[in-house]
Design a binder for this molecule. Structure first.
Ligand code: NOJ
Length: 582
């Protein structure tokens, strides 16, 4: 599956897979009909995952960078959201070329974020509050400052040489490989020390690990066990779809990079690696595992996550998040994509449902409407959607407040390695930098990484120092403190919607049926389980809209409505959202 994030004129595509957890231990006491998939009920299917970008969440020591103590200080806030799992972006030692996605020590904590003692306290604090912790595992590549890479590059005969992909220059130049983050988009970097090229699908400081090497694989499994033994509850595998490679590095047709996912995702032996990882690690712990992407086809997705495959268990598909463009998007397309994924996974496998993460610009700016008159309504509508679909909802920090794109118009205000390198690339080739910046302002992932807006004090209460990335100037208006005591706030609506999901298994496991399919303005569907039937109505436009449900709504009970209406008709107000019991 794909994740795109646009940097300027080019769309960068990231492929990732979803990992599975092999937990058999959380069958519930309550009798609920579940999909035919033999895996049945699981805690991770019933969880609501809150994704925290640690660098931007809360700074405890005034250095301008979020940290673990900062997260600890906000555990009650997280608990009060009602979420029961947290996915933390990487917190390991890293030189931060790609904000922690370049790990130089997998068993230690990044200095900026704190210490292992802080981590232990965080995990304990989460568990005391019944919140599970999902770690981000970056093992398609490491940092070039990892000891393995330092050893590997030191000589052609180093025992670590085969931990990475090297091509000796005596053989000539290797066949072209596309790099997502390199200034020249060339994934082979020449290193004069041993007169050889190393492979890096991402930045030059992110050399790809060689999964063909069984020693490397054992190192990774042992590292996963290190964290599982500490008691973490899950793993999210970063970019793992890229891990398996044909190490003969054959030439690919010219222009392959325009469709590089076809070549990069689901390489040879990927399923073998996942089965091995499952047998060696996941099957031994009650952990949930999820990774990015689902390969190239729906069948790939099933092959990765169906319970009987013993690989992964939750597919994290990017097809839907990729359809939002600066010019807008078609709701018909959006509905078609979500409906296709749901029906493909109706009986087997399990899906993650999300509209944002740390690689995307803000949900309300991309899929809703961030103009003042519609921001709250459309944000509540989108959260109603995520939290009423079948699959495990993933909510990105700040989206509960309707945080918006900052849209900085100067390149100096950006930090993202992909954006900065692409800017340089466009400059080098004489590209249209004005157009590039227009795209960046709308879709750069730094829009989703500006500091969390806690209150109206300096820098949104995120830090007492200078924040590593500028705060969105709208923090005086949009912040958690001001929403806390407002019953109609986005924050309180989000809490209510989570409670509704947690109280009603129909929203987790119920059959999904799209209705009024060709309605270009309204997304309507029912969820059904054990004689219970809920109807979800979502007006995706800033005008009144009519929906034709074909259902008798006269006795319907409104369970939640973003206009606080207690009755419902087929005429919906702008961005109106409602969940109704029929
Ligand atoms: C996917 C991560 O989500 C993204 O943030 C990162 O830049 C790339 N993988 C490389 O690790």
């Amino acid at each position: 599956m794909k994740s795109f994030f646009t940097t300027a004129a080019c769309i960068i595509t990231l492929a990732f897979i979803c990992v599975s957890c092999n937990s058999n231990s959380s069958e519930s006491k309550q009798e609920v009909a579940v999909p035919k998939d033999s895996s049945g009920r699981k805690w991770w299917k019933e969880a609501v995952v809150y994704q925290i970008y640690p660098r931007s969440f809360k700074d405890s020591d005034g250095d301008g960078i979020g940290d673990l103590k900062g997260i600890i200080s906000k555990l009650d806030y997280i608990k009060n959201l009602g979420v029961n799992a947290v996915w933390l972006n990487p917190i390991y030692t890293s030189p931060n070329d790609d904000n922690g996605y370049d790990v130089s020590d997998y068993r230690n904590i990044m200095k900026d974020f704190g210490t292992m003692e802080d981590f232990n306290a965080l995990l304990k604090g989460m568990h005391e509050r019944n919140i599970k912790l999902v770690m981000d595992i970056v093992v398609n590549h490491s940092s070039d400052e990892h000891e393995w890479f330092k050893q590997s590059r030191s000589s052609r005969t180093s025992p670590y040489r085969d931990y990475y992909h090297w091509w000796n220059a005596d053989r000539g130049k290797p066949a072209y490989r596309y790099s997502l983050f390199d200034i020249n988009h060339d994934a082979w970097r020449y290193d004069s020390l041993t007169n050889a090229y190393y492979l890096h699908y991402f930045s030059r400081k992110q050399p790809d690990l060689n999964w063909e090497n069984p020693k490397l694989r054992q190192e990774i499994y042992s590292m996963l066990k290190f964290w599982a033994d500490k008691g973490v509850d899950g793993f999210r595998l970063d970019a793992f779809g890229f891990a398996a490679k044909d190490t003969t590095f054959p030439a690919w047709p010219s222009g392959f990079e325009k469709d590089f996912m076809r070549y990069y995702a689901m390489g040879p032996h990927l399923h073998d690696y996942l089965k091995e990882m499952n047998a060696e690690v996941f099957s031994k712990y009650d952990v949930m595992t999820v990774a990015e992407g689902t390969g190239n086809t729906l069948q790939d997705a099933h092959n990765l996550v169906d319970a009987d495959r013993n690989e992964l268990n939750m597919a994290y598909p990017f097809e839907a998040v990729d359809i939002a463009k600066k010019e807008g998007y078609s709701l018909l397309h959006f509905k078609q994509v979500f409906t296709k994924w749901d029906s493909t996974f109706a009986d087997k496998g399990w899906l993650a449902v999300f509209l944002a993460n740390h690689d995307q610009a803000r949900m309300v700016s991309r899929f809703g409407n961030d103009k003042p008159e519609f921001r709250d309504l459309s944000s509540k509508m989108l959260n109603t959607f995520i939290l009423s679909m079948r699959g495990t909802p993933y909510c990105y920090n700040g989206d509960e407040l309707a945080m918006t794109n900052a849209g900085f118009n100067k390149i100096e205000d950006y930090n993202d390695v992909a954006t900065l390198n692409e800017y340089q690339h466009q400059k080098n080739i004489g590209g249209d930098l004005k157009k590039f910046m227009e795209n960046v302002m709308f879709s750069c992932r730094d829009n989703g990484r500006t500091p969390f807006q806690w209150d109206s004090s300096n820098n949104a209460g995120f830090t007492t120092g200078k924040p590593w990335l500028k705060t969105n100037p709208n923090y005086k208006l949009i912040n958690a403190a001001s929403q806390e005591n407002d019953a109609n706030s986005c924050l309180n609506y989000f809490r209510k919607m989570i409670k509704l999901r947690k109280d009603n298994a129909v929203l987790v496991y119920g059959k999904y049926t799209l209705i009024d399919k060709d309605n270009p303005d309204v997304y309507a569907y029912t969820r059904e389980l054990d004689g219970k039937k809920f109807l979800v109505l979502l007006n995706f436009t800033g005008k009144n809209a009519i929906v034709k449900t074909g259902l008798d709504l006269s006795k319907a009970k409104v369970l939640i409505n973003n206009y606080a209406a207690t009755s419902i008709t087929e005429s919906l107000k702008p961005y109106e959202a409602a969940v109704i019991e029929l």
